[in-house]
Design a binder for this molecule. Sequence first.
Ligand code: GTP
Ligand code: MG
Length: 311
Amino acid sequence: MSLLDRFLQKDEVALSRLISYVENQAPDYRKILSSLYSRTGKAYRVGITGPPGAGKSTLVDKLSCDLIQNGNEVGIIAVDPSSPFTGGALLGDRIRMQDLTTKKGIFIRSMATRGSLGGLAFATKEVSLLLDAFGKDFILIETVGVGQIELDIVDACDTTLVVFVPESGDSIQAMKAGLMEIADIFVVNKADREGANRIVSELDMILDVRRKKGEWNYPVVSTEAVNNKGIDDLLKKIKEHRKYITENHLLEKHRKEQIKSELKKIMELKLKELIEKNLNDANLDQLAEKVYSGQEDPYSAGEKILENLNL
Ligand SMILES: Nc1nc2c(ncn2[C@@H]2O[C@H](COP(=O)(O)OP(=O)(O)OP(=O)(O)O)[C@@H](O)[C@H]2O)c(=O)[nH]1
Ligand SMILES: [Mg+2]
């Protein structure tokens, strides 16, 4: 049986293998995604981001358990842009989520920078397509930190949670990093610690400016992930947000925007490949020689090459 057939029969080993194909951009990986594309669009993607150690993995763990108990299948992608390879820095996550891997209906994958063409955010999208095609109802994407890559990743999600902790300064830092703008739901985790109420009211104060009657109200939810407290409330808010963006056609609009940027990216990558294929070192040397000796200028030389590419 082919890998694809096994994938279609819900074989998780085949899923893992296909994810590696896609991550490594193995030959024909596009054909695989293309043949599976019609099976996608059903999964709901939830992004979870926030400062290191805020309790994101613990939240993902508890949310997943609740979701599978309600009959959903869950895919988890843990992304760490700061790690040069998959595994190392995420080992902690893996250990913490270990009991999850044995639960039926939950699949976990870690991803890290591998210099993949198109970048980590794009690779994450492609992996989530696979999970979607596999039949996952929810895809939870955890990213640590506040850089541009993380923002791009959660921006591609349908609902984004930003996790805060009672330690002071977090909210202000997050605002600087643009986290406030991308969050749909604000989570104050470690509510068992002192200062939790203060940060909730601080957030509420900032958000009141943005809250408009009849529109999404940017809720702040307190949780104690380790003690499984507040998780049902959080899940309720996620579902409310889903309902809100669906009914107001915002989900549709957002997904179309995502498709546009994917299309551009796919074409960019294809062009890059074509250029590399058609322009070997010898050609380049020759051209450089011509430009250097004044026979040609680089602008017209570049145009000519592009015209001759078989697009
Ligand atoms: N006191 C308290 N500790 C918690 C709570 N939730 C999680 N923790 C602890 O906080 C630590 C970090 O939790 P993680 O879930 O790994 O946090 P994370 O945000 O995924 O961490 P990174 O992925 O490394 O950024 C762990 O020791 C958790 O047990 C909570 O509600 N209260
Ligand atoms: Mg984590």
